[in-house]
Design a protein around this ligand. Structure first.
Ligand code: GDP
Length: 298
């Protein structure tokens, strides 16, 4: 469902009798496993993942007595195990400038994430250039300029409605001339016309390659945690539109626990570079599988 996640699903399953149930031991039977599976599915983890995690929990424990605390811990461990291989910060290549293309639907948090990343790279002593590639949305360009100012990073813009590929080319040229470490390119996120968007992204990539055949070095897809299961179809769509190399999930500071990240990790195995945990410039955190699993099962 859309935002079907609720915190503490294990607590709701096993804590029916109040706090004392956390020490009460119950037999781990098929009924209990089925309820666990239902809760995992309801928290957007996806059917396949839910069934696999539940099979792992069952192994060697079926018919034995377990406590709520134990179940919670096992579940958190299983989830963390699924997530560990995908917890990878944005890789930094020796190649200068490293070109990062940022894609995602409007409202996912692309602009905000670019601003936060720029600020982090600046703090790490890197020189950064931003290109406001969503040239059809004046508001997006303005917003990016605000973020650029905050991060102390120049933002290259082009007249409204002009060709984003031409801006991307100019931006890479400038970044190369200046010897910048990093170029981040914002892109349009209007999925209403996929063919258009696909052509636009392909053209951006094509012109970048004229200046650096290894560019873009990363194509980061930004996803909004509050859209729940929708994130799965967004990954599928954007994989067709661009060569997605990693993910950032935003808005994990709200009620959404991002259960869909488990399904995403299981299905696509794409690196999760960072998570958005608020609207401020410092609100971008590395993805920590254990913290994530604890919050999800909590
Ligand atoms: P874009 O259209 O993809 O560029 O999305 P924006 O960067 O403009 O973000 C859309 C909205 O989401 C803005 O109001 C942001 O402040 C908000 N937003 C982005 N990331 C986060 C986050 O991690 N947490 C919260 N709470 N809000 C976020």
């Amino acid at each position: 469902g859309e935002t079907s996640e609720r915190p503490g699903f294990i607590g709701r399953l096993l804590g029916r009798g109040g706090a004392k149930t956390t020490v009460t031991r119950r037999v781990l039977d098929d009924d209990m496993l089925e309820s666990l599976e239902e809760l995992m599915i309801a928290s957007d983890m996806g059917v396949d993942t839910a069934l696999r995690v539940s099979a792992n929990i069952a192994e060697g424990r079926l018919g034995r007595k377990v406590s709520v605390a134990e179940i919670k811990e096992i579940l958190a461990t299983e989830i963390a195990r699924v997530m560990e291989p995908v917890a990878k910060p944005l890789p930094i290549y020796p190649k200068r400038p490293q070109v990062v293309l940022v894609v995602g639907v409007n409202g996912a948090g692309k602009t905000t994430t670019i601003g936060k990343l720029a600020s982090q790279f600046r703090a790490a002593g890197k020189s950064v250039v931003i290109a406001a590639g969503d040239t059809f949305r004046a508001a997006a360009v303005e917003q990016l300029q605000v973020w650029g100012d905050r991060a102390g990073v120049p933002v290259l813009t082009a007249p409204e409605g002009s060709d984003p590929a031409s801006l991307a080319y100019d931006a890479l040229k400038k970044a190369q001339d200046e010897g910048a470490d990093l170029l981040m390119i914002d892109t349009a996120g209007r999925l209403q016309n996929r063919q258009d968007l696909m052509a636009e992204l392909a053209k951006i990539v094509r012109v970048l390659k004229k200046l650096d055949e290894s560019a873009p070095h990363n194509t980061v897809l930004v996803l909004d945690a509050t859209t729940g299961q929708n994130a799965l179809s967004q990954v599928e769509t954007f994989q067709k539109l661009a060569d997605v190399s990693g993910l950032v999930m935003t808005k994990l500071d709200g009620t959404a626990k991002g259960g869909v990240l488990v399904a995403l990790a299981d299905k696509f195995g794409l690196p999760i570079h960072a998570i958005g945990v608020g609207e401020q410039i410092e609100d971008l955190a590395p993805f920590d599988p254990e913290d994530f699993a604890k919050a999800l099962t909590g």
